[in-house]
Design a protein around this ligand. Structure first.
Ligand code: NI
Length: 198
């Protein structure tokens, strides 16, 4: 079913464009992304499009390489509500509320502490979910889309999500964080499904 891409809450990303999400094993997902050097309108538009695409997917994080842009950028919102509603014209649309969009540019993860086992999925590896071991507490240094330097301390879901998205900037999908046995098993399952679905 075709859905209109409407976000009801006035959130950064509302007016963004829906981008195509690349799926594994697209070679761009395996590349190490390059740092952002220019903080201009194009960057802001890209961030807005990334958030829009993430909210519509829906997902809780999306990295620029996943839409074919090999730059060190990811966006995130780990706890929003999305509801499918029928509008006055009888068409289906999405209402997104309780948003808290985060944008990370040129992130660097520091001070990893503790361990957490968390079930992960990825918009670039649709249909596959598996528990991954990550650091439970991290500090991340990054820039916002205006180039301001920021620091965030994160734990649990937020920390896991940042580590997952940051991996995308290094050309790593979560399957590669699993044991070789699980990785091979799930990759085979995923590729078989992908082939079947075209
Ligand atoms: Ni992912």
């Amino acid at each position: 079913m075709e859905n209109q891409t409407i976000i009801a809450e006035d959130v950064f990303g509302k007016n963004g464009q829906l981008l195509d999400i690349l799926t594994y094993p697209n070679p761009i997902l395996k590349k190490v992304a390059t740092p952002v050097e220019e903080f201009n309108e194009d960057l802001k538009t890209l961030c807005e499009n990334l958030l829009h695409t993430m909210y519509m997917a829906p997902g809780i994080g999306l990295a620029a390489p996943q839409v074919g842009v090999s730059k060190r950028i990811f966006v995130m919102d780990i706890d929003f509500d999305r509801e499918e509603v029928t509008n006055s014209e009888g068409k289906s649309e999405y209402r997104i509320t309780n948003t808290n969009p985060l944008i990370f540019i040129n992130p660097v993860i520091k001070n990893k502490n503790g361990e957490i086992l968390f079930e992960e999925g990825c918009l670039s590896v649709p249909g596959i979910y598996e528990q991954v071991k990550r650091a439970n507490e991290i500090t991340v240094e990054y820039q916002d889309f205006e180039g301001n330097q920021k620091v965030l301390e994160a734990n649990e879901t937020l920390a896991v999500c940042i580590q997952h998205e940051n991996d995308h900037l290094d050309g790593i999908v979560f399957l590669e964080r699993l044991s070789l046995l699980k990785k091979n098993l799930l990759t085979k399952k995923y590729l078989k499904k992908k082939k079947k679905n075209g």
